[in-house]
Design a protein around this ligand. Sequence first.
Ligand SMILES: [Fe+2]
Length: 373
Amino acid sequence: MAEQRILYAKENYSELDGFLAESNVKKILLVCDNAIRFLKIDDYFNDLEAYSGIKVVRFTDFMPNPQYESVVKGVELFRLESCDMIIAVGGGSAIDVAKCIKLYSNMDSSRNYLTQEIVPNNIDFLAVPTTAGTGSEATRYAVIYYNGEKQSVADKSCIPPAVLMDSSVLKTLPLYQKKSTMMDALCHAIESFWSVNSTEESEQYSEQAIKMILANKDTYLNNTDYGNENMLKAANIAGKAINITQTTAGHAMCYKLTSLYGIAHGHAAALCVSELFPYMFEHTEDTVDPRGKKYLESTFEKIAKAFSCSNVNDAIIKYQKLLRWLDFEAVSIKTADDISILKTSVNPTRLKNNPVRLDQAQIEILYTRILHV
Ligand SMILES: [Fe+2]
């Protein structure tokens, strides 16, 4: 697949005009949630038909953690309106819905799309991420829910060939969301670095993303255009890293924390990585990576370097200091059963990318530390 094309939004979206003219598009399916109305790009799409003749059909009928049925409605609308391009404006959910609409648009509508073979198609697809975190615009994965069950749809043909980085979308994002999405991206980069699936290419992405996140965190949290644009770039690069490797124990362990305590995904992932980082460094002898203990140790050294630290312990301290500096509200345990609920929530197959073996007893210890029990 050709390298993803990155466009940078200018004041009047002239680069988007150019992109649409090149694509010769007649009608766009705009997959977005209602938060788009707070963004400048909303005006662009409202005005587009009047000055360019390009029609825009909006699809907003989906929720966070999107349902399969919502995707089906999106596919129906795409076909009914004979759209010839999909543009997703949003966080992970909007982009994942758009990815599935693209993948399913050439399938047999009389059968369940989840059971059909994916045949790549050439429908034009642009993503405009509205958070600097998920990296969904850079990965071949989409998560949707079918009958309450999480479904991971994966095919490289759903990676948007083009992404518009629009720093203005981050201006109005609440600070908690900015902090937690930044930590999501940082955890993607770290987890990808130590994943058993890491490659030379993925490690380069991880290194670059870690450096960019640390270098731009202040300007990003101070809401400058420069910081916001660089954080969008960093999250995209971290997304490219997990597109190769997938995530590891941090993400396997964070999902239940999110649903149990109602905290943001990136916040939960950050808490998990904060305890996993030292634990794994102390237990490299328990590695399951076929490249061995020495290789894993050298990976930790590389992570330390990306953190501009001379040794791994300093990098761990730097990470934990960053987390404290972000000053997230403390998560407090609700009932005595929380740890056992959390421990049994971790799907062992999702741990398979983790370089260090973790059994239930170790996971219990880690959750105990995460929650300061
Ligand atoms: Fe994540």
